[in-house]
Design a binder for this molecule. Structure first.
Ligand SMILES: [Zn+2]
Ligand SMILES: [Zn+2]
Length: 151
């Protein structure tokens, strides 16, 4: 039975339910509120929420999942290529993976926080605020700020 083969990772789904799978691991490597212009566009909001996981074991994507997901790429300011995976039915971004200039994948992928259904203690995550130079909101006191790239 299929349910016995996937026991790790956190359950996630898009808004319409077309895309459902599990994050690569159950333990996020970190979380960020990203204020870059791309994340503002992508989220249709003031900032994007990324929860990072090790990409180990995620690729190649299972055939059935890959057939359901849509993907586009865009270059990043730092010279990498971002592969952006989303649900073609409801348009929700699921995760992105970074391809480095040498063609290798960054060791972490960023899932959009809102697609993760359970298993995260949100209040304990202590997200970093990144790319705050382009923030369109005041960053509350005590929030960690960084202009550095996500992990
Ligand atoms: Zn969907
Ligand atoms: Zn961003």
């Amino acid at each position: 039975m299929a349910s016995s083969e996937v026991t790790t990772g956190l359950p996630m789904s898009c808004e319409c339910g077309n895309i459902r799978f599990r994050t690569p691991t159950s333990e996020p490597a970190g979380m960020a509120y990203c204020h870059c212009t791309a994340c503002r566009k992508q989220s249709g909001s003031a900032f994007g929420t990324s929860v990072y996981f090790s990409s180990e074991g995620l690729f190649p994507l299972p055939e059935e999942l890959e057939a359901k997901l849509a993907m586009f790429t865009h270059p990043t300011d730092s010279g990498n290529t971002m592969r952006c995976y989303f649900c073609p039915k409801c348009g929700v971004r699921i995760f992105h993976a970074i391809v480095l200039p040498d063609g290798s994948l960054r060791s972490t992928v960023a899932f959009k926080g809102g697609v993760i259904d359970e298993g995260i203690d949100w209040k304990a995550m202590k997200p970093r605020n990144i790319f705050t130079r382009s923030a369109v909101m005041d960053i509350p006191n005590g929030w960690e700020c960084s202009k550095l790239q996500a992990p």
